[in-house]
Design a protein around this ligand. Structure first.
Ligand code: IMP
Ligand code: MG
Length: 184
């Protein structure tokens, strides 16, 4: 006998609307502009989730800057990361002497950023800081320094503004809570 489980999901509610997100991203850009005055920050976006936040954040920074992307994956299921991180695409540029800001969509357990910070800090950057749009503090498993945080959010699974469920929903302009329903 075999039982088939089908999962379906619903976009339940808007947690952060696009206007609220845009305002906060602009504030983060202003703060980075102030903090990096006289320097040329190098913003590394973590693909794919951070791509939209990264694109908005770099345009909110009024400084000369450069950017790059890195892609990582984990062996977890769709809603939980296993903590086992693998590098799918490395950065193109050397980090030697650069003022690097690592940009991610969300910090949950912290395992992905912990891995990347260790990996990138070994490559001789002049400095390395982290900017995340969303922080789920209740789920942290490792202590990770994050200098720029957009919003602290409750332990809900969210999609939109770059964040996905099974590669979908990234194009939603708002950040929404996704309800997962199990049915037989
Ligand atoms: P961490 O390693 O547990 O901190 O996981 C970070 C990664 O898990 C994020 O960059 C996302 O790709 C994914 N993730 C964690 N929480 C969510 C969520 O609520 N929605 C969508 N993706 C999430
Ligand atoms: Mg991600």
């Amino acid at each position: 006998m075999s039982i088939k489980w089908h999962r379906s999901e619903t976009v339940e509610s808007v947690l952060l609307d696009s206007r609220t997100i845009q305002n906060r991203v602009r504030e983060m850009g202003t703060q980075i502009t102030r903090d990096y005055s006289g320097r040329i920050p190098h913003l590394i976006g973590i693909l794919k989730g951070a791509c939209i936040f990264h694109a908005d954040l770099v345009r909110a920074i009024e400084l000369e800057l450069s950017f790059d992307f890195i892609a990582i994956g984990s062996y977890g299921d769709k809603t939980k990361s296993s903590g086992e991180v693998r590098l799918l695409k490395d950065v193109d540029e050397s980090l030697e002497g650069k003022d690097v800001i690592l940009v991610d969509d969300i910090i949950d357990t912290g395992l992905s950023l912990h891995y990347l910070i260790r990996n990138l800090s070994a490559r001789g950057p002049a400095s390395l800081r982290t900017a995340v749009l969303l922080n789920k503090p209740s789920r942290r498993e490792v202590d990770v320094p994050v200098e720029y945080i957009g919003f602290d959010i409750p332990d809900e699974f969210v999609v939109g503004y770059g964040l996905d469920y099974g590669q979908r929903y990234r194009n939603l302009p708002d950040i929404c809570v996704l309800r997962l329903e199990k049915s037989v």
